[in-house]
Design a protein around this ligand. Structure first.
Ligand code: SF4
Length: 345
């Protein structure tokens, strides 16, 4: 049976090509066509002989997800993609344009088991993990469709990356490989709701990759309500793992904090957050929530402008570095899972 070539890392491909009697430099050539020239058909790889092209076609194919929908923001060019995978499942990816770089936000699972109450993906349930090739293919497909060179990657789309650990780590190594996309580890960031043992594993396996933890509340009482996985891994366990991660990697951890009106935007919440992060040298991204339909008792409304500023002032007072995240793509379905949900009707 033919296999998706994108699911193989460099070393595995050298071995696979070897079995076909192809030298190592043939892997370099094929990766150059795929990652640099965005050519996904062996027949168009003209520096391979006809014989080698057909050998490769018999053993491999290169699966690039089918584009179902693409929305481009008229305000800031933020581009949201909806892809169809080989088995008919759909996933999203986003391109974010900054003055000096293009950042890609990619998915790691179809759906997500974490079920965060403010997230359309979490509400849609979990279907399956993505393979390393399916993760990597989002990058090359976006570059190919929008003719851009992606300089930064955030694993922050659909899914909880650390629940698909092996494929996520493999995809990072493929994207980082100097013969392929060659993205520096330092320009790759993995965002998690916080799975303590996996955070430590990540620190050892990919010490240069950046880590972002979606905390969203400073106490277990409040976090249990909005991030159900907190019932399994408490705030204290996550902070402990983050401190260990910092010790091992010497990297600063970023904490994401979605601000929800009259739920977690009080001075008391900010004080508790500051206490929790005291002495860590951590960075906090404050993200005022985009209004979405309420979940049960909880109203998911954007805080008042003054409440956002008040929260920030408390963190500033305690010397916790932070910023209020500027929204991107406000005129399109840019938040995670929205485009996919709309297509499902
Ligand atoms: S916010 Fe992230 S971790 Fe939470 S349900 Fe959505 S995709 Fe999963």
């Amino acid at each position: 049976m033919r296999k998706n070539l994108l699911d193989f890392n460099y070393e595995e491909l050298v071995e696979e090509f070897g079995k076909l009697g192809l030298e190592k430099f043939r892997v370099d050539q094929v990766w150059d066509w795929i990652y640099k020239k965005k050519v996904f058909d062996f027949e168009a790889m003209t520096n391979l002989s006809k014989e080698n092209r057909s050998l490769l076609s018999e053993r491999f194919y290169i699966y690039i997800p089918e584009l179902l929908d693409m929305q481009i923001s008229a305000i800031d060019k933020t581009t949201k993609f909806l892809w169809k995978l080989e088995d008919g499942n759909t996933i999203e990816s986003v391109l974010l344009f900054h003055p000096d770089r293009v950042t890609a936000c990619i998915s790691t699972q179809v759906g997500c088991p974490a079920k965060c109450v403010f997230c359309a993906t979490g509400q849609s349930g979990f279907v399956r993990n993505l393979s390393a090739g399916e993760i990597v293919s989002q990058i090359i497909a976006m570059e190919s469709h929008r003719r851009v060179n992606i300089g930064n990657i955030v694993y922050m789309g659909m899914g909880e990356p650390l629940l698909n650990y092996i494929e996520v780590v493999k995809s990072v190594k493929i994207l980082n490989h100097k013969k392929g996309k060659n993205i520096s580890m330092r320009r790759i960031s993995i965002s998690t709701v916080g799975i303590p043992e996996k955070i430590i594993e990540l620190a050892n396996d990919l010490p240069e990759v950046k880590l972002a933890i979606s905390l969203h509340a400073p106490t277990n009482y409040k976090r249990d309500i909005i991030v159900p996985m907190n019932k399994k891994y408490s705030v204290e366990e996550i902070i402990h793992a983050a401190k260990e991660y910092q010790k091992i990697t010497k990297n600063r951890v970023t904490f994401e904090y979605i601000l929800i009106r009259e739920f977690n935007d009080f001075v008391d919440d900010a004080e508790k957050l500051a206490q929790l992060l005291k002495g860590m040298g951590a960075y906090v991204n404050l993200i005022p929530i985009n209004p979405i339909p309420s979940s049960g008792e909880l109203k998911l409304e954007r805080p008042h402008h003054w409440a956002i500023e008040r929260f920030k002032e408390v963190l500033d007072k305690h010397n916790i570095e932070n910023e209020i995240r500027k929204e991107k793509g406000t005129d399109i379905d840019a938040a995670c899972g929205q485009l996919r949900r709309r297509h499902k009707g």
